[in-house]
Write a protein that binds this ligand. Structure first.
Ligand code: SF4
Length: 427
């Protein structure tokens, strides 16, 4: 039976930090222009001075400083304000969750960019006082580029501008049923959709926190009925694919290097060294991606190999076939107060099996500190869930599914896997 979980109804920000198992968690939402290497140095130093030296990149392209002692919180905040990472008032933080294409505005012929539209949407949401009612997990995506598209991200409303001359709205990732609209009506239609979502959500005692659950319950046609919007059923099946986001990325004569840390986690010293390399090479702004990685624009193509070599010395991930990408772990204990143990030691143990993974492009092992499965809600070839009894090993399932094998200790679990290597095969 699944464990009971505390449902947190809000997302942390810098001004509203969240108390977690390892202290306060402070989330930074970088402005859409990205972050400079100097700002990254400042984040790393703030973490070293006031936090526990752990920094996460999130699936919503945010950055989190962990383990801040509550007594040092206001000093940490002042340090971030002083270094230009935050405005001096809470209202200066971006209120809505809006993700834009990491390569926004690089698609040739695109008249309008996701960046500009995101700012307009943000303004409209504020004007209509909608941000205060929207569930904090509600996510808008604006896609204006065919490369590194946002189709693989779980969004509530996706505005798609990537096809020349077409604007469509996709609800709850239902790519088979887009709503085609005139571009000038795009934002007004989004506001209508949100109002409808909120009205239905209110009628149902706010149990619907995402568009997915609401549409699953009532169907897309019933949802759209009172609005002047309709879907068009596409004949062709659409399978969202995730482009390579690490290593060298080239698109329309623009070049980038994608870099990530294992499971999106960075040590502050490592982040500072990474940022210092970029400062030395005179790099400007980096983008964060929803794949928990950084995207560094490369203006001198010859520089790329030297840069990659230097970054690789920090033991970071710069190749799409790096076997560490086949593993994902939630923060676990002590970072999360709901965790039954330390997920990092399980991650380390299972990293030693990386050479057995037949497809490092897919996630093969999901490690979850409890049955909630925060970082991966869909089935994985192998899931290890920590429980009050030890470790559950689940084959082709989610963190809350029935275990194929249970062990009290990590060594027992390791012994079992060593003798059953076939369980590391993909789904
Ligand atoms: S899945 Fe991990 S992060 Fe989520 S509540 Fe459980 S232990 Fe915490």
């Amino acid at each position: 039976m699944a464990q009971m979980h505390e449902i947190k109804g809000w997302c942390p920000t810098a001004y509203r930090p969240m108390a977690t198992g390892d202290g306060l968690l402070l989330r930074l939402t970088p402005k859409r222009i990205g972050l400079s290497p100097q700002q990254l140095v400042a984040i790393a130093e703030t973490s070293l001075e006031f936090g526990n030296g752990q920094i996460d990149l999130t699936q919503r392209a945010n950055l989190q400083i962990r383990g801040i002692d509550p007594d040092h919180y206001s000093k940490a905040l002042t340090s971030l304000i002083k270094r230009g990472l935050l405005g001096s008032e809470e209202a200066s933080e971006y209120p809505a969750n809006i993700l834009i294409s990491p390569l926004s505005s690089l698609e040739k012929n695109t008249r309008l960019t996701a960046r500009g539209l995101a700012d307009e949407l943000n303004k409209l949401l504020l004007q209509n006082k909608l941000t205060e009612y929207l569930p904090s997990k509600f996510l808008f995506c604006i896609n204006d580029c065919t490369r590194l598209s946002l189709y693989s991200v779980k969004s509530d409303i996706l505005i798609d501008l990537s096809e020349e001359g077409k604007t469509s709205l996709i609800l709850a990732n239902d790519y088979q049923n887009p709503i085609f609209i005139e571009h000038q009506d795009c934002l007004a239609s989004v506001i209508e959709l949100i109002k409808r979502f909120l009205e239905l959500s209110k009628q149902n005692n706010f149990i619907f926190r995402r568009m997915h659950s609401l549409i699953e319950k009532i169907g897309i046609n019933a949802f759209l009925k009172p609005l002047n919007l309709k879907t068009t059923l596409l004949n062709k099946e659409f399978k969202p694919k995730k482009d390579a986001y690490l290593g060298l990325i080239s698109f329309n004569d623009n070049h980038f290097i994608g870099v990530s840390g294992p499971s999106g986690a960075w040590k502050a010293e490592q982040l500072r060294s990474f940022a210092q390399i970029l400062v030395q090479h005179k790099f400007q702004n980096l983008q964060l991606t929803p794949w928990r990685s950084f995207l560094i624009p490369i203006y001198d193509f010859r520089q790329r190999l030297r840069l990659l070599e230097e970054i690789n010395q920090l033991n970071l991930i710069t190749r799409q076939d790096d076997p560490r990408l086949a593993l994902i772990a939630c923060p676990g204990a002590p970072k999360c107060s709901q965790a039954y143990g330390n997920t990092e030691e399980v991650l380390e143990k299972f990293s030693s099996y990386a050479s057995f993974f037949s497809s490092p492009k897919e996630i093969i092992v999901h490690i979850s500190g409890c049955t909630k499965g925060c970082v991966k809600g869909d089935p994985t070839p192998l899931t290890i869930t920590l429980t009050d009894q030890g470790y559950n090993l689940i084959k082709n399932g989610r963190a809350d599914n029935k275990a194929l094998y249970q062990s009290r200790t990590l060594d027992e679990l390791d012994h079992y896997v060593k003798n059953n290597l076939n369980i590391l095969e993909p789904l």
